[in-house]
Design a protein around this ligand. Structure first.
Ligand code: AKG
Ligand code: FE2
Length: 308
């Protein structure tokens, strides 16, 4: 089993990062965080309830809001989405309980034993931390689960499967409504809308990302810069910030409204919109005080290979 950061912290008295965890000038992909001033921004806010139960006029305004948000940010915050706060809290608690399982229990899903981490293994856990490697590693443990079209879940901890299944359903419905509205804003043909909405058989992957407190947060990164595959990604977090996005060439830190869902455009949506809406590069930074957890649901088109 690769040692997960959480287990490492609990077994040692970690005060400073080893050269393996510290970002160094050798890692040319990354700007040294210590030298960066990152501005806090509030993303455009989309009131989801107006899409589904608002008047025609209200709905049009939200569609226009989505259009502007997708054009200028590729990221927005969804409020009044109907996911009960209690469900989110339960899911956070269950995921925390998963990370609290013993290394032996987690090793069943260890990414290092995976046949093909991209396709074949429906449940994986791991970390970016690699003590054997000379290269830079990152401050994140994760659990990744394929939840649609076939639902999977680790049987332990108790309760995870139920809340994950419930959130998977709800987030699929939200994604569908958002996609419909985004497509309407793009004035796409009915046919294209139908195709993109094939969420019935679409691939939905859930990730829980755990970012334990890091003794030297400026010398580490939680999750390196990347863009998401798929159409739309939905992200909820505990109340600890850390998400940063690249907007007009500059990194900005996202100031989340509590209980909102952050949504971003993925690569597939960029293709579907003929390049009008761009996929967005983002990353997660860490802090030295509090554990952060993010719950991420990616929603992609159907792929035959992933269904097996
Ligand atoms: O934890 C975050 O804020 C970002 C997570 C993320 O980008 C991902 O899992 O793809
Ligand atoms: Fe991401």
């Amino acid at each position: 089993m690769g040692i997960m950061i959480k287990d490492l912290i609990e077994s040692t008295d970690l005060i400073s990062l080893s050269s393996k965890h510290a970002l160094s000038a050798k890692a040319d992909d990354f700007t040294l965080l210590a030298e960066e001033e990152v501005e806090q921004v509030t993303l455009p806010v989309i009131d989801f309830s107006l899409l589904t139960t608002g008047s025609t006029d209200q709905r049009s305004k939200i569609i226009e809001g989505l259009r502007t948000a997708c054009l200028h940010w590729g990221f927005f915050m969804v409020t009044n989405h109907g996911v009960p706060e209690g469900l989110k809290e339960e899911l956070i608690k269950s995921c925390m309980n998963f990370f609290d399982l013993s290394p032996e229990e987690k090793s069943v899903y260890d990414v290092e034993n995976a046949v093909d981490p991209c396709i074949l293994d429906p449940i994986l856990c791991g970390t970016n931390f690699n003590p054997a490697s000379e290269s830079v590693s990152f401050w994140r443990d994760y659990l990744r689960v394929l939840v649609h079209p076939v639902f999977h879940s680790p049987p332990k901890p108790e309760g995870l499967s139920e809340v994950l299944s419930e959130y998977s359903k709800r987030s699929r419905d939200i994604t569908k409504e958002l996609l419909k509205a985004i497509m309407e804003g793009l004035e796409l043909e009915e046919d294209d809308i139908e195709k993109s909405l094939e969420l019935k058989s679409g691939v939905q992957k859930f990730s829980a990302n755990l970012y334990p407190p890091c003794p030297q947060p400026k010398l580490a990164i939680g999750l390196p810069p990347h863009a998401d595959h798929g159409l739309l990604t939905l992200l909820m977090q505990n109340d600890v910030g850390g998400l940063q996005i690249k907007n007009k060439g500059k990194w900005v830190a996202v100031n989340a409204i509590p209980n909102s869902i952050m949504v971003n455009i993925g690569d597939h949506m960029e293709v579907l919109s003929n390049g009008k809406y761009k996929t967005v590069v983002h990353r997660a930074v860490v802090n030295n005080k509090e554990t952060r957890i993010s719950l991420v649901m990616t929603n992609g088109p159907p792929t035959k290979t992933a269904i097996s």
